[in-house]
Design a protein around this ligand. Structure first.
Ligand SMILES: Nc1ncnc2c1ncn2[C@@H]1O[C@H](COP(=O)(O)OP(=O)(O)OP(=O)(O)O)[C@@H](O)[C@H]1O
Ligand SMILES: Cc1ncc(COP(=O)(O)O)c(N)n1
Length: 269
């Protein structure tokens, strides 16, 4: 009986498709494969974009989104799930309801709001739904600095502000918090992690002089989800994901003419 066999590690990404292949579901699938994890996908949005920016976006009908969740939950053995671009309030609520309904393992919420080129990927009125419906389900939330400010109302200028914003995100219901520092100033980028047991640590790396950073946030969260699907604890999953992400930025590939995609093969194998 196949059900008696050990299932290959499986993760799920719930996000948008990027026609140019560098961000969203495309980045998540590439990241999962690089980790030898099998990726399933719930497509929420289809975007027309390239390395210059986002030219168009369509959110899918909510029925087909619910059906995708049901099809996957009926068959696969998902060990971790991550969300990315969800578009608007209605889609945030549909996704939150599905995440609450099915057991898909730890839930990583990447609260994607704005693309690198500046295009809005989440409507303003959806931010309340993210706070009220999604964050209480989050094993880990992974905002960048701007998203952390939007979600908490705290302006982040100092390390103390950063810690306060992370605590505020926990108060909103996220068990663990990773605030990404890619939008910070200076030669060093600092990610701040606050774990459920109230311990905190930072991950610091040099800022690489490159514009090829399309999909860094997606790749980071997908690598964390992949590591969790492989059985790592959360702290190890985050630390390994950060090493992987850095390698994907450091080992450039030349695709497109703007904010190019990452090198998801950077770690070899
Ligand atoms: N130029 C760079 N050099 C090295 N690391 C980088 C660089 N840019 C971003 N990173 C790393 O990528 C991670 C994600 O950064 P960022 O804060 O930009 O997330 P994000 O805004 O969610 O990403 P995205 O714009 O893809 O959604 C961080 O850990 C950051 O340190
Ligand atoms: C479908 C989709 N999801 C997420 C992003 C964010 O990635 P980035 O900020 O690197 O543009 C994106 N551009 N497109």
């Amino acid at each position: 009986m196949s059900s008696d066999l050990q299932q290959f590690p499986q993760m799920l990404t719930v996000a948008g498709i990027d026609s140019s292949g560098g961000a969203g579901i495309n980045a998540d699938v590439a990241t999962a494969f690089a980790h030898h994890v099998y990726p399933a996908t719930v497509v929420v949005a289809v975007t027309a974009q390239n390395t210059y920016g986002v030219q168009g976006a369509t959110l899918l009908d909510t029925n087909i989104i619910e059906q995708q969740f049901a099809s996957i939950a009926d068959d696969l053995a998902i060990k971790a799930v991550k969300t990315g671009m969800l578009g608007d309030r209605e889609h945030v609520e549909i996704v939150a309801a599905a995440l609450a309904k099915y057991d898909l393992g730890p839930i990583i919420i990447d609260p994607v709001m704005v693309a690198k080129g500046g295009a809005k990927l989440l409507t303003d009125d959806a931010i309340t739904a993210v706070k009220e419906k999604l964050l209480p389900l989050a094993t880990l939330v992974t905002p960048n600095l701007l998203e952390a400010q939007q979600l908490t109302g705290i302006t982040i200028n100092t390390p103390a502000d950063l810690a306060a914003a992370a605590r505020a995100l926990q108060a909103l219901g996220a068990q663990n918090v990773l605030v990404k520092g890619g939008h910070g100033a200076g030669d060093e980028l600092t990610d701040y992690v606050l774990l459920a047991d109230q311990s905190a640590f930072t991950l610091v790396n040099p800022r690489l002089d490159t514009t090829r950073t399309h999909g860094t946030g997606d790749t980071y969260a997908a690598a964390i989800a992949s590591n969790l699907a492989l059985g790592h604890d959360l702290k190890t999953a985050i630390t390994l994901a950060k090493d992987y992400l850095y390698a994907t930025v450091a080992n450039e590939i030349i695709v497109g003419h703007g904010h190019g995609p990452l090198n998801h093969w950077a770690k070899g194998e």
